[in-house]
Design a binder for this molecule. Structure first.
Ligand code: BV8
Length: 262
């Protein structure tokens, strides 16, 4: 991981007044949650998430789709937030304690950001921890894990589905509004652990850049947006994010200590 890039990003982060971060499955990979594309480990090797995460798949085979989501939900419940999640929660604390604004947009449905301490997280694609009645839309959160029947049903016998956004479904309006508003007003935008291929989520980095923000990508690999950001930082988010946050915000303590020794 290039130290000069870390220094430049950290310096910009220390001075930033309004920061937006969007995360994808890569930020949860170090919590042992398979990323979306390789979410097919083991049992689900022969299934394509692009086909499973759709209303059509659910209508055709609600048992199979709800088993897949319950399998993933159980994995998410057993997972623990990693240093990348924790660093983002600290970044929010540091920015907000300096009177700045911080918005965390996530495509992830695992709620690990919230468990790491991030507040007011914008869940662009919903949450696997919430299931809703297919008839009334009523949300249920106190659910057994694993479910005892597939598809799971309400006490009235109506089917429950995961409260996630499937391909072909619109994102929650409130989440979209917050994402557009924050991305067009920020002075720094981070894209972390996402292949940046799914829209509209993948488009917010361009909106931020068009509105004058400095842009950063933290990803283990090259992606569709790597060539267009100001700082592409190649590496694992669980290592890069703690280093960025420490270089940005521990410097003050170091400086203060330094002054004590001058
Ligand atoms: C919409 C929730 C309006 C469910 C997800 C035709 C018809 C309809 C729509 C479309 C269409 N053509 C295009 C579209 C739009 C479509 C889309 O973008 N399709 C793509 C494939 C072209 N989008 C939609 O349908 C959206 N809705 O447009 O509504 C509409 C409505 C009707 C008709 C037309 C338009 C809804 C999209 C939301 C789908 N739901 N998830 C669930 O979780 O099961 S998407 C899912 O995949 C994720 O949520 C995420 O958003 C997406 C991509 O996943 P990533 O998070 O990026 O993960 P991935 O594995 O891909 O990448 C991980 C990255 O991390 C990699 O780069 C890897 O290198 C890196 N990495 C790995 N480890 C680490 C790491 N980086 C750092 N550190 C590490 N340790």
């Amino acid at each position: 991981m290039d130290q000069n890039t870390i220094d430049e990003i950290s310096s910009a982060l220390r001075d930033a007044r309004s920061v937006v971060v969007i995360t994808g499955a890569g930020v949860s990979a170090e919590s042992e949650i398979p990323t979306f594309r390789d979410a097919m480990e083991g049992l689900w090797k022969s299934f394509d998430p692009m086909k499973l995460a759709t209303p059509e798949a659910f209508d055709a085979d609600p048992e199979m789709v709800t088993r897949w989501y319950d399998f993933r939900r159980t994995m998410c419940l057993e997972a623990i937030p990693n240093p990348g999640h924790i660093a983002l929660a600290r970044m929010q604390d540091e920015i907000e304690s300096r009177g700045g604004s911080f918005t965390l947009l996530t495509q992830n449905v695992d709620r690990l950001h919230q468990r790491a301490g991030s507040r007011d997280v914008v869940e662009l694609h919903g949450s696997i921890m919430v299931w809703r009645c297919v008839e009334t839309g009523r949300q249920h959160v106190d659910l057994p894990a694993p479910f005892k029947e597939f598809p799971p049903r309400t006490s009235e016998g109506t089917m429950l589905r995961p409260d996630v956004v499937w391909f072909g479904e619109s994102l929650p309006e409130a989440a979209l509004d917050r994402a557009f508003e924050a991305s067009s007003a920020c002075d720094m935008f981070f894209s972390v652990g996402t292949s940046a291929v799914v829209y509209p989520a993948a488009g917010f980095v361009d909106l931020a850049r068009q509105c004058g923000a400095k842009t950063v990508e933290v990803n283990r690999d090259e992606t569709a947006i790597s060539g267009g950001v100001d700082w592409p930082l190649r590496g694992a988010s669980g290592e890069a994010l703690p280093r960025l946050v420490s270089f940005a915000f521990d410097q003050d303590e170091v400086r203060e200590e330094g002054s004590a020794f001058e």
